[in-house]
Design a protein around this ligand. Structure first.
Ligand code: UD1
Length: 421
């Protein structure tokens, strides 16, 4: 298993090109299941989760062709409707095949994702929504089996779905199912994340009729079939945010390119609050770190509020910044696993329920630490960049799931990171 060895203390300086968003690319790749025609995608990041996703799509019968960051997918010969546990357990987004398979083929069997390091992560809202659309769903031996065999033309029926909680995955699954349903579906209390808008815009390119993207009420009028389409995946907000925090923490100067700053507002606000200078351009953001780093108060919540996927990175920032502060996680109940590892590096963190109280002591020291999940790994990399001496981060396969060439990008900015096999 690969490890990263990071020698801390080098300020970052330069430009970084932000890759395509994992959290937009995965649902959009899966959207290919809705059509018999080709879906051509650009700006797909080269990540382990993308490989798992295309492996799953190929297993279902989708023809997948790749040329670097461009993919062409054609799902005109899908004959297998089962997403097995072996794939779903390594990538929770696999659950998103449920809606498209059911809408297109009237049948789907998908493993329940189960718990994961950051919390229990149920899928009851996905299931309830599909049931409201007329699907018969049975949960047995860890699998969700869904069918529309009893419905006229085996088609899901459009309806109004009020989601009890804002769910990104639930909104995506139901939006994709509704695209081929009979009649109109209204998703209320829908998630407003930019990645959902990106999926919706790709579906519109494919011929779907969708209104209200980016609001909490999305209206989808079902169509009979979709057409060939090309689409460029949006930038990765979390990768951009991670580099912005790195610039702030190291007192460096980093220009993040190929992004849309309008979709980064909550993170920009916090970077400014910690004392860094932020220059916003049309497609880039320049962050100039200040030697006097201030800690910031964070409360995670659905978009446009502060993203749960940036919480761990800001914890790394707070533990080396001035003053005590609070980080409250409202999306997942167990998303503070990085705190224990940061404490091993000298951080002062006190956890009370879903709030971590950080007391910046100004410095960390390098040691051996273990990555526990994707964003936790990023927070350890950030901590290691400013720690005294060498930090070895183990289990970085978590990092490879979601960050494209992270060490190469950091090294190009002046960091000293080695990957050891
Ligand atoms: C969540 C984040 C997303 C992030 C991703 C990966 C939010 C709203 N979602 O998306 O930004 O990129 O993790 O870290 O910030 N829930 C249920 N029943 C369901 C579905 C969800 O109770 O059927 C709950 C979850 O347990 C969680 C909350 O709703 O507490 C939001 O979950 P959801 O948005 O679905 O999670 P992801 O799609 O994984």
């Amino acid at each position: 298993m690969d490890k990263l060895v990071i020698d801390g203390g080098y300020p970052l300086d330069g430009e970084v090109s932000i890759s395509g968003a994992k959290n937009a690319a995965l649902p959009i790749l899966i959207a290919s299941l809705l059509s018999d025609q080709a879906l051509n995608l650009q700006n797909v990041p080269n990540l382990q989760d993308i490989k798992t996703c295309t492996k799953l799509l190929s297993a279902l019968g989708v023809n997948v062709n790749r040329d670097q960051s461009s993919y062409s997918l054609k799902a005109n010969h899908v004959s297998n409707f089962d997403a097995p546990y072996e794939l779903v357990k390594t990538m929770r987004a696999s659950i998103l095949v449920l809606g498209p398979l059911l809408a297109k083929h009237g049948e789907a069997k998908v493993s329940l994702p189960g718990g994961c390091a950051i919390g229990s992560r149920p899928v009851d809202i996905h299931i309830k929504g599909l049931e409201l659309m007329g699907a018969k769903i049975i949960i047995d031996k860890g699998y969700i089996s869904a069918s529309t065999a009893h419905l006229p033309n085996r088609k899901l029926k459009g309806c109004r779905v009020f989601m009890d909680q804002v769910t990104v995955g639930g909104t995506e699954n139901l939006m994709m199912a509704a695209v081929l349903a009979e009649g109109t579906t209204i998703l209320e209390n829908a998630a407003k994340e930019p990645e959902i808008i990106d999926l919706g815009n790709c579906l519109i390119r494919m011929g779907a009729i969708i209104d209200g993207l980016g609001s909490d009420k999305i209206k989808i009028k079902g169509v009979l079939s979709l057409k060939e389409a090309s689409y460029k995946i949006m930038f990765d907000r979390i990768e951009a945010g991670t580099f912005m925090v790195a610039a702030a923490m190291t007192g460096g100067k980093v220009l993040c390119n190929n992004i849309n700053p309008k979709q980064m507002e909550s993170v920009i606000q916090k970077i400014k609050e910690c004392g860094s200078k932020v220059d916003i351009h049309e497609n880039s953001i320049l962050v100039c770190g200040n030697k006097k780093l201030e800690s910031v108060k964070i409360i995670t919540a659905p978009y446009p509020a502060f993203p749960t996927d940036m919480q761990a990175q800001f914890m790394a920032l707070n533990v080396v910044a001035k003053g005590a502060n609070e980080i409250t996680e409202t999306i997942f109940e167990n998303r503070f696993m990085h705190a224990q590892e940061l404490i091993r590096m000298g951080a002062v963190i006190d956890i009370k329920h879903n709030t971590a109280i950080t007391k910046g002591n100004g410095y960390l020291t390098g040691t051996n630490v273990m990555a526990t999940d994707l964003r936790a790994s990023a927070s350890l990399v950030l901590a290691a960049l400013v720690a005294k001496g060498k930090t070895t981060i183990e289990r970085i396969y978590h990092l490879d799931r979601g960050y494209e060439k992270l060490e190469d990008k950091f090294n190009a900015l002046g960091a000293n990171i080695k990957r050891i096999n």
